[in-house]
Design a protein around this ligand. Structure first.
Ligand code: GLU
Length: 281
């Protein structure tokens, strides 16, 4: 009966392990504030200068700094933050499911998205642009018609291409900008389009220096907001106060210089909370 005993003991251990997981993971908490006084925040993991998971496992970028500042104002020290990757197409669902408390991931405030999520901010104004190889003759939006263009599923950038910028471009939609950049380098695509802030961050990477150039077009206005779950107006109010403080105490400017300086990205001045710069169409 030796075997039976062992089996019973294993079952007991397994049961214990399962109950420990159920109590401790915080997965059931739909607010994005997991157990142990932690907060889950959505960012990008592959956008240098904005949201980047570095090889040493730490995180850096303007969105990371904004999120860290906001979290602190909400009562969460940096060591209480759990970073979660929220790719462009996943953001609305991540908030609806309560995977994260808020998202700071180059997330433009749009009416379409406002039907599904709420936004604090804006905290940065960027513009859609093109990244091409040095020497490319693509210089304006309409040059893209008939060309292979890469952007990301669920982004305003991909939508704008089809709607207005170059409806006849061969648009390839991938799941992240780093994949598009790899395509530009290999020659699989002729251009990458998204926010100038993002493109400048990639172009300044050591391995791409001198290889790519931004076209310098302001194809849209992208008002970056902090996304929260629809209806969570208390959190929106708190985040707006935090963002105002971040600008007034100089932390916003410091974060801009630290993160955009190396990319030589000329950002717009700090936006006013609640004031969206609209698009032409
Ligand atoms: N800011 C744009 C957007 O929210 C493009 C960048 C992105 O995909 O995160 O869609």
């Amino acid at each position: 009966m030796q075997l039976r005993k062992v089996t019973a003991a294993s079952a007991a251990v397994l049961a214990l392990a399962l109950s420990a997981t159920a109590c401790g993971s915080g997965d059931k908490d739909d607010s994005g504030s997991s157990g142990g006084g932690k907060i889950k925040i959505g960012i990008k993991f592959d956008q240098p200068g904005l949201g980047l998971k570095k090889p040493d496992g730490t995180y850096a970028g303007f969105d990371v700094d904004v999120a860290t500042y906001v979290a602190k104002q909400l009562g969460y020290a940096p060591d209480k933050i759990e970073w979660v990757e929220t790719k462009s197409a996943d953001r609305e669902n991540a908030l609806a499911r309560g995977d994260v408390k808020f998202i700071a991931a180059t997330y433009s405030i749009t009416d379409e998205r406002k039907a599904k999520v709420d936004f604090a901010g804006p905290y940065l104004l960027a513009h859609q642009d093109l990244l091409v190889k040095t020497g490319s003759d693509i210089a304006k939006g309409t040059d893209l018609n008939g060309k292979k263009l890469c952007s990301v599923t669920g982004s305003t950038s991909a939508q704008n291409v089809q709607k207005s910028i170059a409806p006849k471009a061969q648009l390839k939609e991938l799941s992240s900008y780093s994949e598009c950049i790899a395509g530009l380098q290999s020659g699989a695509v002729d251009a990458v389009t998204t926010d100038d802030s993002i493109l400048a961050g990639f172009a300044s990477q050591e391995q791409y220096k001198g290889k790519f150039k931004l076209a310098g077009l302001k194809l849209s206005n992208e008002n970056y907001g902090v996304g929260v779950k629809k209806g969570d107006t208390a959190t929106v109010d708190k985040i707006n106060k935090a963002l105002e403080k971040m600008v007034s105490d100089g932390s916003w400017q410091k974060a801009v210089e630290a993160n955009f300086g190396p990319a030589d990205y000329k950002n717009e001045p700090a936006p006013k909370i609640g004031v969206i710069v609209p698009n032409a169409s």
